[in-house]
Design a protein around this ligand. Structure first.
Ligand SMILES: [Zn+2]
Length: 180
């Protein structure tokens, strides 16, 4: 558990090294790095994205990124039912599911707030929620600077750095086994 000033309830930790995994393609990471930072006039805003892909019993595979319509500000984002309906239409078209959501925080703290827990679009067992620091401006690497939360036992739990190293995997665009 982590006790944080901005939460009344402590944030549970997920220390499992062999729990379910999340696979992301390099292009998903590139898309997040490109789409997450949101500047409105001169202000940076928090922003939200969804990762669509395939859900298997022991892993989730992210294939592409959806940028939903959202109301955003320096310290919050909000999506409404109309925005959710549009996202569900895209998922239906591709016969895919949301495997994770991603949002950014202003500073380096990447722990879920209680509002993050309560307002998550998807709150089902196994759903991932990733928080990227510094409004997403510095990108997702190294991955352990981001907060990877997994919904389990009715609440979001934060993966430890050791668990992130074992369970969050990025797939290279190609792996060459031939001689040059
Ligand atoms: Zn947040």
């Amino acid at each position: 558990m982590i006790q944080l000033e901005y939460r009344k309830k402590p944030l549970p930790l997920d220390k499992a090294l062999n729990g379910t995994t999340l696979l992301l393609t390099g292009s998903v990471i590139d898309s997040i790095n490109c789409l997450l930072p949101r500047r409105v006039e001169r202000d940076l805003h928090e922003n939200v994205l969804y990762i669509a892909g395939v859900i298997e019993p022991t892993r989730r595979i992210g294939l592409f990124v959806i940028a939903p319509k959202a109301e955003t500000g320096r310290g919050y984002y909000h999506t409404d039912r109309a925005s959710h309906a549009e996202v569900l239409n895209v998922l239906d078209e591709h016969d895919l599911a949301i495997v994770a959501q991603v949002h950014c925080h202003p500073g380096e703290l990447v722990y879920h707030s209680e509002a993050d827990d309560d307002l998550a679009f998807v709150r089902v067992e196994g759903h991932w929620s990733i928080v990227v620091p510094h409004y997403g401006l510095k990108g997702m690497f190294p991955l352990d600077r981001c907060g990877f939360h997994r919904f389990q036992n009715g609440t979001f739990a934060l993966l430890t750095k050791e668990a992130v190293a074992k369970r969050i995997k990025v797939i290279a665009p190609s792996i060459r086994l031939t001689e040059v």
